[in-house]
Every structure is written in structure tokens, then in C-alpha cells.
Design a protein. Structure first.
Length: 259
């Protein structure tokens, strides 16, 4: 018989529940970290999603949430379902997952996936490593509500820039707007789109040429390195520094953001 009850899941109880597991898909550590931040900050929202045990008492759904609870050292409420047939684990989480971009779209935001990507790029820039942070839905919504200019940054990101650089280009525009450098950022992005240099030794043009050469050659360049190149070129462009070639830097920082 299947039963369902609301429970307050403490870290101690979460450990006990996890101990009943007979295996699970590999945990997505970034997702666990995002859940844990929400729980620790008191921002976790009970949305009706369940923690599920089979009729033998083994947990078959809820590993990420329970692991986050232990990591956060904070309790959270959950609807716990018990008594499902063990075979049903093959059907759990097999539907189309909703993304944070989908959630933003439900709330009327256009370019929602681009807005989410820009926020993720901004979080990673604060962390100093490309694509290193996966903010939770609560963190993204909170950021968008407190920083309405990120909506326009999503529009900027939706434009056709150099390949795989839309999110970081939107992030650059957002930071530049805050720092009073919006015109420089728009000039930088115009070069990336048009291919027309702003002048001799234009760093934006050097970046575009570098990315285009890499794209047509056999050289493989990661998205993370593309983001590092874009930021490096922007840092030169914003101060008028000339550049014939843009090299991949070790750091990943934008002046005026997260420092």
C-alpha cells in the first residue's frame, strides 16, 4: 500500500535515509551545492516533489536533496512516499526536465534561457573560473529581481556573437552598464558581430580572428577557454590597449565585478 506523509527532514534523518539506498545515478555535485545553499539560507521551497521509498524500505528518489541537507546542516520539509513497487525506479525522472530558463519563461521573461546563462556566467566570474557555478532557481530569480538590467543583458546575449560566447558577452555588457562603460561594451560587441575593427590593433577584432581561426582548424578549444579569451579581450578593449593576438589567460575576472 502506497502512503504519503509530510516530514521535516533533518540532517541526521537524511543520513539514515541515504543509508537505505541500493544504488543511484551519479550525483550532480553542482546541483547538490545549489540545493545546499538554498537550504542553508532558508530559501528552500517545498513544491510537492516527493522523496520515494520502495516497499522494501529502500530510497529510490531524493538522493540529491538528502545529500544537500547533510551538506547544509539544515532541515527541510518534504512529502515522503513509501511502498511503491521496486520496479518503478526505472520510470522515475524519465520525463522532460524543466530548466530554470523554463521557469523564467513561465513568469513572462523573454529570452529566458539567455538570461539564465548570463546569470550563470556572472556567478562564475565571481568565482574566478568559467562555468564553475550552477546557481539554484531561487538564486537566479533573486538575482534577476534585484538586478533588472540582466533582462537586457539576456537580449544582448541572444544576438549572434562569436560561437559559444553569448553568455559571457551578455555578462560583459551587464558589468559594463554598472560601471558606466556601456558604450565601450556595445562597441566591443559590435566588432564581434560585424568583424569590422574599431581601429588599428583592436582587441575585439583580434579576439574574433583568433576564435574564427580555431573554429576552422583542427585545434579543439573548450567553452571555458572561449570565455577566458572573451574576458581577456574585453579587459584590453575597455582601456584601449592594442593587441595583435589574444592569448588564453589563467585568471577569469572582469574589472568592477566580484572583487
Amino acid at each position: 500500500m502506497i502512503q504519503a506523509n509530510m516530514e521535516s527532514i533533518t540532517p541526521m534523518l537524511a543520513r539514515a535515509y541515504l543509508a537505505t539506498s541500493h544504488g543511484n545515478r551519479p550525483l550532480k555535485r553542482a546541483k547538490v551545492a545549489a540545493y545546499a545553499r538554498d537550504m542553508a539560507a532558508g530559501q528552500w521551497q517545498q513544491n510537492g516533489e516527493t522523496i520515494i521509498f520502495d516497499r522494501d524500505g529502500h530510497i529510490i528518489d531524493g538522493h540529491h536533496r538528502l545529500t544537500a541537507c547533510v551538506a547544509a546542516g539544515a532541515s527541510f520539509p518534504a512529502l515522503v512516499v513509501r511502498g511503491v513497487p521496486p520496479s518503478t525506479r526505472n520510470t522515475i525522472d524519465m520525463g522532460a526536465s524543466r530548466t530554470i530558463g523554463d521557469a523564467l519563461s513561465f513568469h513572462g521573461y523573454k529570452n529566458s534561457n539567455h538570461i539564465n546563462a548570463v546569470v550563470m556566467a556572472l556567478f562564475s566570474l565571481q568565482n574566478g573560473r568559467p562555468k564553475s557555478v550552477s546557481p539554484s532557481a531561487s538564486e537566479v530569480f533573486d538575482f534577476v529581481q534585484k538586478n533588472p538590467d540582466v533582462v537586457q543583458a539576456g537580449v544582448i546575449a541572444a544576438r549572434k556573437h562569436i560561437p559559444r560566447a553569448q553568455a559571457v558577452c551578455g555578462a560583459i555588457w551587464f558589468v559594463a552598464k554598472i560601471n558606466g562603460e556601456q558604450e565601450q561594451a556595445e562597441a566591443f560587441l559590435d566588432v564581434l558581430i560585424s568583424g569590422v575593427p574599431s581601429g588599428l590593433g583592436c582587441a575585439a577584432h583580434a579576439l574574433r580572428e583568433r576564435i574564427m581561426r580555431d573554429a576552422i582548424s583542427s585545434r579543439k578549444i573548450s567553452v571555458q577557454d572561449v570565455h577566458r579569451l572573451v574576458v581577456a579581450a574585453w579587459e584590453k578593449f575597455r582601456v584601449g590597449e592594442k593587441a595583435k593576438i589574444i592569448k588564453i589567460p589563467q585568471d577569469y575576472k572582469i574589472t568592477g565585478w566580484g572583487q
